[in-house]
Design a protein around this ligand. Structure first.
Ligand SMILES: [Zn+2]
Length: 356
């Protein structure tokens, strides 16, 4: 049997152990290499001039030769308003990259010895970088499309001690149950569940033998034809082979693509091998994240988590260093954060990024 990629020597070209031995100065050079493509020049974030700008060694800052502004390695990046040392930023990026199903802010907070609030914002800045540096061209060839329900799962146990002791005693006497029953299926519970529930829709380009290679994700209130049409119009090349389940939302696809369906209540793959398993494997990872890592996803930030998992799926054949460098470069090339400045001071992103 072929060796699992994550177990191979090829994957382990960089590790947390080795990175932990880097000093702050080593990281400064590493960040310069990633951001400016070398140590001999730097780029002014204000006027964009590429030059050997004046360097002030003690402050680790440059002064632009053209517009005379000062800038540092963090200026004009998502880390611009962060006091974290470069070594901790790198540590958080590495933690994020090496976790298969995502990592919680609580864990990062403990591992990096930063406040929970700091870890939460840092992780979301990574997600923002992934989203804003995505340059997705239209998907073509074989494309798998599907929608999955996420969020809004009621936490169990909250009605547990609702019953009065004498009612419990009566129930035990009658042999109906042991102790108080949890009341489930109430109207209030259903409304709460629905309020935070969203549909994550995914479209993946599939290369035979390689699996899903390019992934686009969308957030929708229901799996409806409007959302399906939006995805078809903007993200799928005409003439593609599109595989979905038998949901009526995709009925318009038959007219515009080579459309094949699989009836999920009966089978996962038809006898001819028609399936949309690459969409399912994406959902599997997002589901593991929701159930096992974050435990809940606010509807407002579900799109961020969905995009994080799309990045993980698409870079699953990259080595540890390739992933680390890719993500670090994204954080240094996104520009200032739009969504995570002053989060704990009360600023919240308004949009939920729903497509339908
Ligand atoms: Zn300048």
């Amino acid at each position: 049997m072929a060796q699992h990629f994550l177990l191979s020597k090829k994957y382990r070209d960089i590790s947390e152990y080795e990175l932990s031995r880097f000093t702050e100065n080593d990281w400064f050079d590493y960040f310069r290499n990633i951001r400016f493509g070398g140590l001999d020049k730097s780029i002014c974030p204000r006027c964009g001039a590429i030059d050997a700008h004046y360097f002030f060694k003690a402050q680790k800052r440059w002064r632009c030769k053209h517009c005379h502004r000062y800038f540092s390695i963090k200026s004009g990046t998502v880390w611009a308003d962060s006091k974290l040392p470069l070594s901790k930023i790198a540590f958080i990026v590495e933690k994020f990259c090496s976790a298969a199903n995502g990592i919680s802010a609580l864990r990062v907070s403990a591992n990096a010895n930063v406040q929970y609030k700091t870890a939460w914002v840092a992780l979301h800045k990574l997600r923002e970088s992934i989203i804003r540096t995505n340059q997705l061209s239209k998907l073509k060839g074989e494309v798998h499309v599907d929608g999955g329900h996420f969020g809004g799962k009621p936490r169990s146990g909250q009605f547990r001690h609702k019953a009065k002791p004498e009612e419990i005693a009566a129930k035990i006497k009658l042999g109906k149950s042991q102790g108080a029953r949890r009341s489930r299926g109430t109207r209030a519970n259903y409304e709460r569940k629905k309020k935070n529930r969203r549909i994550v829709m995914v479209a993946r380009e599939v290369v035979p033998g390689l699996g899903g290679t390019k992934t686009a994700v969308f957030l929708s209130s229901t799996e409806n034809d409007k959302a399906a049409k939006y995805i078809a119009d903007n993200f799928i090349e005409s003439g593609s082979l599109v595989r979905t389940d038998e949901n009526s939302a995709y009925s318009s696809y038959s007219a515009r693509f080579t459309h094949e369906t699989v009836e999920h209540s009966k089978e996962y793959s038809t006898i001819d091998g028609v399936n949309n398993n690459q969409a399912e494997s994406y959902f599997s990872r997002l589901r593991r994240c929701e159930y096992g890592v974050t435990h809940q996803m606010q509807a407002r930030y579900m799109w961020d988590y969905a995009n994080e998992m799309a990045w993980r799926e698409d870079s699953r054949w990259k080595t540890a260093k390739e992933k680390f460098d890719d993500l670090l470069f994204r954080t240094l090339s996104t520009g200032l954060t739009r969504w995570w400045r002053g989060y704990w001071q009360g600023y919240r992103r308004r949009d939920e990024m729903l497509i339908a």
